[in-house]
Design a protein around this ligand. Structure first.
Ligand SMILES: C[S@@+](CC[C@H](N)C(=O)[O-])C[C@H]1O[C@@H](n2cnc3c(N)ncnc32)[C@H](O)[C@@H]1O
Length: 285
């Protein structure tokens, strides 16, 4: 992906998106150019926003005051863009940016003060620390409408899913990052057993299969908890290998067919100790 000179940057922006914000986020250089890496990042964030926008707009209807959580926020690029394009124009609602590294949180907080994004809150916490206790739906005493996670590392994506599912958030959207939890366990499982073990006997197949399986289990888990799920590509595969968007919208309490499919799939696999399944099994969903 090529760099874009300052005079052409406007073409890369969404309606309502300001070059000033991107400059503050250091996605634009001091002279206003968009270098190749920043362009890739911006493309991912803007596509994420575009795919999410109808669901977010629905959350702001009828005077509702939405609360969204960005889990594993890093530099909070996504959060600032959501604020500028969604919560800012809406004039109400909050975005909580959750990030385990305190130095990133402090940086984002300072940025937010400069930008005047008053309804953003920055939490130097691990996502799992915010899980509602079984039997409650609230996070820090509040109901949550949306949980998003863009490339939250490894199992942090699952922590975001547990957060959203336990909170019964209306919208949950994740773009998973690299994942190792399942691959590690498959490598210990009997790869030579007849049948399914052949799917992961070679290291490369194991990594790809485990990533695919992890995302299948994530999508089925959302469905089993009453989410209607769409799995789509975020940007072209030439721009990023971590490119799968799993978008869930809560439409019912639970889904018995998806639950059976999930259980059926788990039954043909070696036993997997996956944090996502453990956290939700524990709640007896
Ligand atoms: C690859 S970065 C992505 C950041 C951002 N979402 C983006 O797309 O630019 C992943 C971030 O998740 C944070 N992280 C990883 N595990 C976490 C956890 N369990 N709780 C909170 N943050 C976590 C890391 O510190 C890192 O900043």
């Amino acid at each position: 992906m090529k760099a874009v000179a300052a005079r052409h940057v406007r073409r890369e922006l969404l309606p309502g998106q300001s070059a000033a914000l991107l400059q503050e986020l250091h996605l634009l250089t001091r002279t206003g150019d968009l270098n190749a890496d920043a362009r890739r990042k911006l493309k991912q964030i803007n596509h994420f926003f575009g795919l999410l926008q109808p669901a977010l707009d629905a959350l702001g209807r009828d005077g509702h005051v939405p609360l969204a959580i960005d889990a594993g926020a890093g530099n909070a690029y996504l959060g600032f863009v959501l604020y500028e394009l969604w919560l800012g124009p809406l004039g109400r609602g909050e975005l909580w940016s959750v990030e385990a590294r305190p130095e990133l949180v402090a940086q984002s907080e300072a940025r937010s003060a400069r930008l005047g994004s008053e309804r953003m809150r920055f939490l130097p916490r691990r996502v799992a620390d915010l899980w509602p206790a079984p039997g409650t739906l609230e996070v820090e005493g509040r109901r949550v409408d949306a949980v998003v996670a863009l490339h939250a590392c490894d199992t942090a994506t699952d922590d975001a899913l547990v957060l959203g599912i336990r909170a019964e958030a209306a919208v949950i959207a994740v773009v998973p990052c690299c994942q190792a939890e399942v691959a590690r366990q498959l490598s210990g499982a009997d790869a030579l057993r007849a049948g399914v073990g052949s799917l992961w006997r070679h290291g490369l197949h194991r990594r790809e299969f485990a990533a695919h399986l992890t995302n299948v289990l994530r999508a089925l888990t959302l469905e089993a908890h009453g989410y209607e799920v769409a799995v789509t590509e975020l940007v072209g595969w030439e721009h990023s290998a971590k490119n799968e968007l799993i978008l869930g919208r809560k439409t019912q309490r639970g889904n018995a067919l998806a639950r059976r499919q999930l259980d059926g799939l788990r039954a043909v696999l070696p036993p997997l100790d996956m944090g996502l399944l453990r956290a939700l099994d524990a709640k007896d969903h």
